[in-house]
Design a protein around this ligand. Structure first.
Ligand SMILES: Cc1ncc(C[n+]2csc(CCOP(=O)(O)OP(=O)(O)O)c2C)c(N)n1
Length: 627
């Protein structure tokens, strides 16, 4: 039997279908997502929860002329499949294949590039405003999850939308989950709205009863309706959105296509800002994901039937290593507290949360607040550890500078997923932290060569009475032997790993081992190459730099971060200041956004794997005048 999905190559095709056919289509799309993501990995649970909503939105609205902006974009797989990309869906998140997030270059149906959360309301509002200025009436729709709604930026968007009163539809996709269960007062208010449905049923029953009273029943019911807004305010916090200037509608059942279509059709004709509150289930339709939506938020390939990950024996990850080091530190020092912005599992804080719930803070998707909150904790003598992905710290630049560094507060920033992150692509790479943290006075900044060094660096950070950042890559370490005891590293001192008299290669973080391999190959070619594990981006080991600058014919820096303002730039600045003219080759990420693929592919593309380092150093060295 041919599938309905095979006949839908664009949303226009699904607009001709009956409700029953749309329901069948939803089941087919869901099945297709599960089968594919089991092979490719990806953001499964959120996408499964948004299948009916996606169908209903494309059914009612005239996409792509009407604009749908997906918040984060991790729930957009059904959208991709229904907008002509079903055939390529198998290539999801792979090099040269479909992006895991909406991307304007990929399809006219992807109205805005996303990846970081809480941008959809502002972006869709901009589109709504532009449609007035351009005289091209179209609908602008932001689809945002309850987790993403908690972020300051989303609230700023709501606030301004209520002010300028353009035709904006915000669809709140509420599954009561962020990656972990959602947190915060607003989240609790949303839960009360959902349970407020009980109030609505109670109210309807009261009216039916009142109207049955002979003679006065009808007028009593009318009086009661006048008091309803007041009553509603007491019972139904949906009025929060009314106060923001939105017409609040809901909550409605998010897996009922007929209900969604009916509501969206009605809303289509309303003017001004409208918020449709839709209740969905994360992982809907796939048992293992419904049961453990946190695990299935973003997964690698898994066995479709059991939901179990495909077996892979790998050394301990950097995240797990940090988690262990943190637990040991917390045991010995009760000033140690940990903060995450909605990323408890991703940053390895689960064990800490379980053992020290009173010292653990998940502030929700609120990176700016997380950092300043840590500043407050530090002022009062605690030792806050902010565990955060490098890419998401970008949100809190001013807070790191203004609320932590200017006051020289001892906050430790553990920058997970620093460097190239693989399948999530450009929005998620942690490539900018070196350039943006390096100029901040008071900051000490380190990057470990392997998982063992990470634990020593964390221990070192706890000895420093000021801000410290440690950046480490996504994924497994090298399987090196793990020291049982922590030792404090000398601040600002690099580690000489290999001697050589022609070239000195200063590598930092994830690039140290590839640099060693490249040096071995250069040695075979008769080129003596010293390798130095820089350890510190700030302060630099200026003494070691100066020594090598006079001893060798060429210096090389290698880093997994942007070249502009990066570690190599720091070396260059120092050499210029010291009047040192030794030729310097800087290897790192060029001035571009690195497309999705595996980390291995991305490192090769950027020329910072062993082969790339070898080839670049060899070519540059050959151009040097003979000694
Ligand atoms: C600024 C930022 N911080 C953190 C993340 C990581 N992140 C991706 S999705 C997500 C949870 C989003 O929850 P919600 O909006 O409720 O969507 P759901 O997955 O429940 O559908 C988080 C924390 C991000 N993408 N952007």
């Amino acid at each position: 039997m041919t599938k309905i999905l095979d006949q839908v190559t664009a949303p226009a095709d699904l607009r001709t279908l009956s409700t029953e056919q749309l329901e069948t289509l939803a089941a087919e799309v869901r099945h297709f997502i599960i089968e594919t993501v089991a092979r490719t990995g990806g953001h499964l649970a959120s996408s499964l929860g948004a299948v009916e909503l996606t169908i209903a939105l494309h059914y009612v609205f005239n996409t792509p002329d009407d604009r749908i902006v997906w918040d984060v974009g991790h729930q957009s797989y059904a959208h991709k499949i229904l907008t002509g990309r079903a055939k390529e869906f198998e290539t999801l998140r792979q090099e040269g294949g479909l992006s895991g997030f909406p991307k304007r270059d990929e399809s006219p149906y992807d109205s805005f590039n996303v990846g970081h959360s809480s941008t959809s309301i502002s972006a869709a509002l901009g589109m709504a405003q532009a449609s007035c200025l351009n005289g091209h009436p179209r609908k602008a729709i932001a689809v945002i999850g309850d987790g993403s709604l908690m972020a300051g930026m989303a609230l700023e968007g709501l606030n301004y939308a209520g002010h300028i009163k353009k035709d904006l539809l915000v669809v709140l996709n509420d599954n009561e989950m962020s990656i972990s269960p959602n947190v915060g007062a607003l989240s609790s208010a949303l839960s009360r709205i959902i349970s407020g449905q009980a109030y609505n049923k109670f109210r309807d029953r009261v009216h039916i009863l009142l109207e049955k009273i002979p003679g006065i029943g009808k007028s009593m019911s009318r009086i009661a309706r006048h008091g309803e807004d007041f009553m509603k305010g007491l019972f139904v916090p949906g009025l929060i959105f009314d106060e923001f200037g939105f017409n609040y509608i809901g909550p409605v059942l998010g897996h009922r296509i007929d209900v969604l279509i009916e509501n969206l059709k009605n809303i289509k004709n309303l003017n001004g800002p409208v918020l449709l509150h839709v209740i969905t289930k994360k992982g809907k339709g796939y048992g293992p994901a419904e049961k453990d939506p946190t695990y299935f938020h973003g997964v690698g390939p898994f066995d479709r039937d059991s939901g179990k990950p495909r077996p892979k024996i790998a050394p301990i990850s950097y995240t797990a290593m940090f988690s262990r080091a943190l637990m040991r530190a917390a045991e010995n020092d009760d000033r140690v507290v940990a903060i995450t912005a909605g990323m408890t599992t991703g940053t390895g804080l689960e064990a800490f949360e379980n053992k020290y719930p009173e010292r653990f803070f998940d502030v929700g998707i609120a990176e700016q607040h997380a950092v300043t909150f840590a500043g407050g904790l530090a002022v009062e003598g605690l030792r806050p550890v902010v565990a955060i992905y490098s890419t998401f710290l970008q949100r809190a630049y001013d807070q790191v500078l203004h609320d932590v560094c200017v006051q020289n507060l001892p906050v430790i920033f553990m920058l997970d997923r620093a460097g190239l992150v693989g399948e999530d692509g450009p929005t998620h790479h942690g490539l900018f932290d070196v350039s943006f943290l390096r100029p901040m006075p008071n900051m000490t900044f380190m990057a470990p060569r392997d998982e063992n060094e990470l634990q020593h660096m964390f221990h070192t950070a706890l000895q420093i009475n000021g801000p410290v950042a440690i950046r480490y890559p996504r994924g497994s370490g090298y399987g090196v032997e793990l020291d049982q005891n922590f030792s404090a590293l000398p601040i600002g001192k690099a580690e000489e790993l290999r001697k050589g008299s022609d070239i000195a290669l200063f590598a930092i973080g994830a690039t140290v081992y590839p640099a060693l391999k490249a040096a071995d190959r250069l040695e075979v070619d008769g080129i003596g190459c010293a390798v130095i594990n820089a350890r510190f981006i700030k302060p630099l080991d200026e003494q070691m730099l100066c020594t090598y600058a006079t001893d060798v014919r060429m210096l090389v820096t290698v880093e997994e971060s942007m070249l502009q303002g990066g570690f190599g730039s720091a070396v260059l600045e120092h050499m210029q200041a010291a009047g040192c003219a030794t030729p310097l080759l800087r290897l790192g990420i060029p001035d571009t956004y690195v497309a999705h693929g595996t980390q291995k592919q991305q490192r090769a593309r950027c020329g910072i794997d062993a082969d790339g380092i070898y080839a670049a150093v060899r070519a540059a060295f050959e151009k040097q005048p003979r000694a």
